[in-house]
Design a protein around this ligand. Structure first.
Ligand SMILES: [Mg+2]
Length: 316
């Protein structure tokens, strides 16, 4: 690894001219200065990406880690209906890591920030004595005061929607981590999603004032729907046939229990005549009775909240 000073200079150069008005001062001073739009509030989130827990160095490239680190933060901001503004990234590397790795990581980070017009506003770097890479991101977003989407607003009768195709994250991880060749167009989409996931911040912003509750799908539909219902004090019934799963995911294990889909799961009051945009699917409704159920060919079964955590334990 190069000296901290040389590294900082490299990062400043790589970050280039990316600016936005809310970031009054970015990389280079003791702290960044932010001024959110008048009448807006800041949304803050933080996430970790840990080698051998969230990624495997032999299969996941540094650029992929950069994309996924940023997507984790932007997906949380999306779920709040917040517009991404800036991120701070701190990382710790083993001493023997080639200098190309962090450079590729930061190229991935900057590439993932670009479509959201969010900027890298600072960070820190240190040596990791344990021989494993640790990556930490802080995401900063802004949302009109009082209009953030919350997990807690779902009410009985609300319709439940999800964006995108669920299970791409799980299938992409499986392909990447086994070295399997993609066998069909869905596999190619899954691998692309694994390498370059993209958060749904535009949808999150569009849902302000429409959705009654929202959460991003980072741990799998079953777990994240359970979180939303718990925060709202309600239950849910979803229809297995309507879940936008991959054709190859026949038991819907990837859609229900996989992770890292970075889609939005949200509820809309039934009285609100809202037409979902393309790529958004109605999958069920909220009930006053607690518990999450899945209706499959006329039969109802309890949906256990077993998502990514459970999945990763099974996998290793
Ligand atoms: Mg989240």
């Amino acid at each position: 690894m190069q000296s901290e000073k040389a590294w900082l200079q490299w990062v400043r150069r790589a970050a280039g001219e990316a600016r936005r008005p809310e970031v009054r001062l970015g990389i280079g001073d003791d702290a960044a200065l932010l001024r959110p739009r008048r009448g807006w509030e800041l949304a803050l989130t933080t996430d970790l990406l840990v080698e051998d827990v969230h990624f495997l160095r032999q299969y996941d490239t540094a650029a992929t880690c950069g994309h996924r680190l940023v997507t984790r933060a932007l997906s949380d901001l999306a779920a709040m209906g917040a517009e991404p503004v800036a991120v701070l990234v701190s990382s710790a590397y083993p001493e023997d890591l080639p200098a190309a790795w962090p450079r590729q990581l930061y190229r991935g980070i900057l590439a993932a920030l670009q479509p959201a017009q969010a900027v890298l506003a600072g960070g820190d770097v240190a040596a990791a004595p344990a021989g494993k890479i640790l990556l930490d991101i802080v995401g900063l977003g802004q949302v009109p005061a009082g209009r953030a989407l919350r997990r807690s607003g779902a009410r009985a009768g609300d319709r439940i929607f999800v964006s995108g195709t669920l299970g791409l994250g799980a299938r992409g991880r499986e392909l990447a981590h086994t070295g399997q060749k993609p066998a069909n167009p869905d596999d190619r989409r899954a691998l692309k999603h694994h390498r370059r996931p993209r958060a749904r911040w535009e949808l999150g912003i569009a849902l302000r004032g429409r959705a009654s509750a929202a959460i991003d799908i980072s741990d799998g539909l079953a777990t994240d729907l359970d979180h939303l219902c718990a925060e709202s004090g309600v239950g849910a019934v979803i229809d297995a046939a309507s879940i936008p799963a991959l054709a190859t995911d026949r038991d819907q294990h990837g859609a229900l229990g996989g992770g890292e889909d970075y889609e939005l799961l949200f509820t809309v009051p039934a009285r609100r005549r809202w037409r979902p945009p393309a790529g958004v699917t109605a999958i069920g409704s909220i009930t006053a009775e607690r518990g999450v159920w899945i209706a499959d060919a006329g039969r109802r079964r309890r949906l256990p909240a077993a998502g990514w955590e459970h999945f990763s334990r099974r996998q290793r």
